[in-house]
Design a protein around this ligand. Structure first.
Ligand SMILES: [Zn+2]
Length: 300
């Protein structure tokens, strides 16, 4: 039995097809068109035949089998969501479930906001796999690096430019940046003064800068912008904190209240540590010649 294709491999394979057909500058990816066309080509007996908005209270999206007697699958998204970026990421997440998980879940999957927004490895594995696929498909590393160099500090303006380019939410664009940047940075999502979850860049993790939240009600620091996001006029551009606010060392916190989600976003950046070293920038797999990849894809 052949090894199942990984989420990153699925995404890079599809990116190669898009590069070939539409050129390198093929953003944002139109997930609906790509999913409908490729599933028909690759899995003609089991394709995606429907993608549409529906009344889905409590869920951001779903992958569902066609009614009995008909073949194929459908992707639904919550039509109460107005953010194009949030919808696009949800569609890519469900397309990931279709490619990776449909055989193991013949009755389909329904995905909550947490399923689509959280990317931490401790979260449910299938949701993490669908999010990894979506992130790699919508925000390929080579293109993202051309928008923000690996050594450049982020601003919400820069990350917002990337969110627009890839048609994803600011949180999704920031999480993707955290995966490849060499800077020390931590993304913290909070609600009503309590941390929902946090994610560190590799450089931050390596220097011991992270926030553990699993199962605990951890309040944001009293002196942080996240505690009073509306009272800091410059919170969006960044506030310099002395040692002891977020971490034992000084840091800068940029903070905004998300309009699309019910939470506050803090991006905390720290100066490069003296012992900082370069990292293998991502978990991308070995490069494969484009021609080989296209031939392999079309031989499915
Ligand atoms: Zn899901």
């Amino acid at each position: 039995m052949t090894k199942p294709r990984s989420p990153t491999r699925w995404a890079t394979d599809i990116s190669s097809v898009l590069n070939k057909v539409f050129g390198l500058n093929h953003f944002p990816v139109s997930v609906s068109d790509v999913a409908l066309d490729l599933s028909k080509d690759w899995f003609p007996d089991d394709p995606l035949s429907l993608i549409q908005g529906e009344n889905l209270p409590g869920f951001d999206g779903a992958l569902l089998p066609a009614p009995s007697g008909r073949k194929g699958w459908g992707i639904l998204y919550n039509n109460a969501i107005t953010s194009k970026g949030r919808i696009n990421f949800t569609l890519a997440h469900e397309f990931g479930h279709y490619l990776i998980h449909r055989l193991s879940f013949p009755n389909g999957l329904r995905c909550s906001q947490d399923d689509v927004v959280r990317w931490d490895s401790a979260y449910r594995q299938i949701e993490q796999e669908a999010n990894t696929f979506a992130a790699y498909l919508l925000m390929p590393l080579d293109d993202y690096r051309r928008q923000i160099d690996t050594r450049t500090a982020a601003t919400f303006e820069l990350l917002g430019h990337c969110a627009d380019r890839y048609e994803v939410s600011l949180v999704a664009a920031t999480l993707r940046w955290l995966l490849f940047t060499e800077r020390r940075a931590v993304l913290v999502l909070s609600r009503e003064g309590y941390i929902l979850w946090a994610r560190s860049s590799k450089a931050a993790l390596k220097s011991g800068v992270f926030i553990r939240t699993s199962g605990l009600a951890v309040p944001v620091p009293d002196a942080s912008a996240a505690a009073y996001p509306d009272t800091f006029a410059d919170a969006r551009k960044g506030i310099e904190h002395p040692p002891g606010v977020w971490f034992p060392e000084p840091c800068q916190e940029m903070c905004i209240v998300s309009e699309n989600y019910d939470f506050t976003i803090s991006l905390i950046q720290l100066p490069p540590s003296s012992g900082a070293c370069s990292f293998a920038a991502d978990e991308d797999e070995e490069p494969e010649a484009l021609g080989d990849r296209i031939r392999r894809i079309h031989n499915i």
